[in-house]
Design a protein around this ligand. Sequence first.
Ligand SMILES: Cc1cc2nc3c(=O)[nH]c(=O)nc-3n(C[C@H](O)[C@H](O)[C@H](O)COP(=O)(O)OP(=O)(O)OC[C@H]3O[C@@H](n4cnc5c(N)ncnc54)[C@H](O)[C@@H]3O)c2cc1C
Length: 678
Amino acid sequence: MVGGGTVGAWCAYFLRRAGLGNVAVIEKGVLGQGSSSRAAGVVRVQGGTPEAVRLGRWSRSFYLRQHAELGTDSGFVQQGYLLPCFTEPEVAAARARILMQQALGLPVRWLTADEVDAINPTMAPGCTLGASYCAEDGYITPPRNVAAYTAALVRAGVLIAERTRFSGLSAAGGSCDAHTARGTVSAGLVVLAAGPQLAAVGALAGITIPAGGVRHHVAVTEEHPAFGSTPMAFDVPSGLYWRPEEGGLLFGMSDPDEPPGENQCVDFDYLALMRSQLAALVPLTAGLGVRRAWAATIDYTPDHLPIIGAAPGLDRVFVAAAGGAGMMWGPMSPTAPSPTARVLLTLEAIQNAPGITASRLGERLGVTERAARRYVAILREAGLPIESVSGHYGGYQVGHGLRLPPLTFTAAEAAGLVMAVLEGHPPAADPADLVGAALAKIVRVLPARVATLVRSIRDGTELPERAHADTRVSPELTGALIESCAAGRRLRLAYHLGWRGGGTDAAMEVDPWAVVLRHSRWYLLCWSHTRSARRVLRVDRIAAAQPLLDTFSPPAGLDALGTLEEHLSQGWAYPVDVLIDASMRDVAGWLPRSLGTLTPTDDGRTRLSGSTADPGWYAGRLAILPFGFRVAGSAELCRAMADLGHRLIASAAAESAAAESAAAESGAEPSFEFDNNQ
Ligand SMILES: Cc1cc2nc3c(=O)[nH]c(=O)nc-3n(C[C@H](O)[C@H](O)[C@H](O)COP(=O)(O)OP(=O)(O)OC[C@H]3O[C@@H](n4cnc5c(N)ncnc54)[C@H](O)[C@@H]3O)c2cc1C
């Protein structure tokens, strides 16, 4: 995504949410530094074309559901919007527009001149011939919108590359290379969303985009109690609009005669003209001071409508421009899902939130409540057991017996699966846990008989004690690490050095090669750029992992587990050097690689070199070798071997003494049985 304004950022968020694994926003400055943080925030669903109406409605419904989806919002306030008419041709145009909007289901209506005066008493009485009015229109707070999309991007795992200027494109073998001042990003899809600089960015990519930027002024008057509840208003022919803002009136306008180009300086003569135009329509503003005023470059397109779609002549490159109405149309969904996709999304939403109501389902799918009910009906027609939940609001849940071919389980398979999950991750007994939620999903779709069986296994499992909590890894973080390994994306890690509560956090940049599970513990095998060395990190000690722009290729033919084990044998306090009287092939089957590296010697024997923190433990591992061996050069290990030998001899002596006396008592011969599993 080129451009970190409202268009690019929300588009990146929706692409990620639609399932794209890696999404990066390339921004030459910082997020929102363009027009998106300086806008007036007006959100108008009563657009002039059917497409504009649909986009406006989509944005409004998104602003309304934002908090539920993201835990934050863009500050949408439903204020109502008047588009007054001053001439008969304007009235005719407004009436035709209203018919089109009503046909699309918009609650827009025509207000007579008297009704306009009544609904907005601050306007000069009788100055209009009437107005079109929509109560659903409103405004957002643009800086809050920037904060909301920043939080959404971080939460969705979108890579944010600020202070990174896009400088061109080149197509290379199945992907598209976006060049930046900080390196090249190989992408499957590139979206250009550079607002007022879109034409320049298009030129860098080799295409002509009919878009531009021009200065636009906005100012806010002093407070006045009359403004609080008045609807917003837009004088379409002059381009002057106004709305309540913190007790005063915010008003804005572009000079139609101003040549295009970047400009952020306030033209005070033009501001005076705007003020006099406003005072003619809202007389009490004439006596009010201006609290603040600013100018910024607004984006435009020739017909003031958005440009969204594939760039002509360029494979995998898309353009998204809001045509100067990015607050109204900015958070456009990059692709409207097909009906089939919506049916599948319906099923997913019901599975994830059993009891979800039709209206919440509609919000989730970006459709009306009625349409959401239709998608539920399609699922039922297809034979899927979607049950209605009774209750105050009613809702839907997936009934038993939902089979998603080809995934079906016998009772034994289902039980085995649940047991394996619980053994590996005991917190999965709790449906509030992430893995537990996934498990609950599987249990819900099993036939009732099998579900009862596995539920009894799950519910009979004790939740793990807190003692295990310190080595538990976060599935989200582990998933993100695995994704970065697969994508070859460098990471910045916050890593905890030290033990149980003590120690410090260190930052390091690594190329993640592989995530490996060894003896119930998760490790990240990586190359540390901070240390210029190969590293093995415990995943439970990684506090955060932030993907960076740089990419890498892991060593060819990497044997992740082998390399990890070999790595784990190095760097301990006591060096180990052992000569074993057998070939390397024979020895390899007896010793784990974490004990050290095996090398053949010239005389057909094998040398084991490694290190250990615990010579006693190491001696025990060596004792299982069925070959002769000699410990060289490690006094501690020699001592530990000698101790072990004495203990074995002593226990054998004690055992045979006891056996002899028992045999003497019973008169029987001693006999021993060996259990190979011990
Ligand atoms: C004063 C003013 C008032 C407005 N009022 C309203 C309103 O009331 N309602 C409404 O709907 N709309 C309004 N708008 C329009 C709205 O703000 C824009 O349509 C919208 O912000 C455009 O969003 P964007 O993401 O396309 O562009 P921007 O927010 O400008 O973002 C584009 C980003 O691309 C970056 N970029 C450019 N070149 C490069 C490059 N080479 N490499 C990397 N990054 C690059 C820029 O730094 C910028 O951050 C107003 C605009 C202004 C200026």
